[in-house]
Structures are given as structure tokens and as C-alpha cells.
Design a binder for this molecule. Structure first.
Ligand code: 5GP
Ligand code: ZN
Length: 114
């Protein structure tokens, strides 16, 4: 049994809506959506924070961007604008310590996020 929420969802041990999965990443619907579209793009491998990435993960990070933009298009939010954001560390708002990129779209967004 995984102690990590996202590892648990990927393994099917914890309930969660996985909209997409391939050999290295998954896209999970956020349980507490902050926009009409709010997905979490996660590597299948458990990596705690962006600080734990290494040089071999360059391709993985590019793949996450590619998957995110494809999902934005498929969900019809690409042209109007969307946000792809990752919080690193508790002070930056990270609450789940398995890297994830929030894909938010379907409403206007402000900057800075606060
Ligand atoms: P963070 O605060 O780490 O940047 O983002 C964590 C995200 O995970 C939050 O947006 C939160 O709503 C989401 N989340 C937390 N627990 C669960 C869960 O059990 N299932 C799903 N699908 N999302 C979760
Ligand atoms: Zn994990």
C-alpha cells in the first residue's frame, strides 16, 4: 500500500480519476478543482519535489509539457489560455510531495497568483 496519494491513485489503491496515462506520466483530475479544467500531470515515478530531479529527467519534464498542452487542446482551453504551474516546497504551496504540474483552464486568471 502506497503512503503517497498520487502513487496510490496510479496503483489503483486510492480512488481518483486518471484521465490519461502512458509509460511515464499520468493526468489526474484534481479532487478540489480551482478552475473548470484542473488536472494534475504527474510522473509515474515517485519524485518528491522539483529539487529531486536530475539530468536524466530532462526528457520526462519535456514530455510532461507536451502531454499538458495536448490535454489543454483536447479539453478546449488551449486557445483561450491556460496555466501550467508546479509548487516546490511547503512555503510555495506544495502539499503533496510527489511532483505534479497543475493544468488549469477554462476561466480568466490573474497574476501574481499570491
Ligand atoms: P499542491 O498544493 O501540492 O501544489 O497540489 C496538490 C493538489 O492535489 C491540490 O490541488 C489538491 O486539491 C490535490 N489533491 C490532494 N489530495 C488529493 C486526492 O486525494 N485526490 C486528488 N485527485 N487530488 C488531490
Ligand atoms: Zn508518489
Amino acid at each position: 500500500m502506497s503512503t503517497c496519494i498520487f502513487c496510490g491513485i496510479i496503483a489503483g489503491e486510492i480512488q481518483g480519476k486518471v484521465l490519461f496515462q502512458d509509460e511515464s506520466v499520468a493526468a489526474i483530475e484534481d479532487v478540489n478543482p480551482q478552475a473548470p479544467l484542473h488536472l494534475l500531470i504527474v510522473p509515474l515515478r515517485h519524485i518528491e519535489t522539483l529539487l529531486d530531479l536530475n539530468d536524466l529527467d530532462v526528457e520526462l519534464m519535456g514530455h510532461i509539457c507536451s502531454v499538458a498542452t495536448r490535454l489543454a487542446r483536447e479539453h478546449g482551453v488551449a486557445e483561450q489560455g491556460f496555466r501550467l504551474v508546479a509548487n516546490c516546497g511547503a512555503a510555495a504551496g506544495q502539499s503533496v510531495f510527489h511532483i505534479h504540474f497543475h493544468l488549469l483552464g477554462g476561466r480568466p486568471m490573474k497574476w501574481p497568483p499570491g
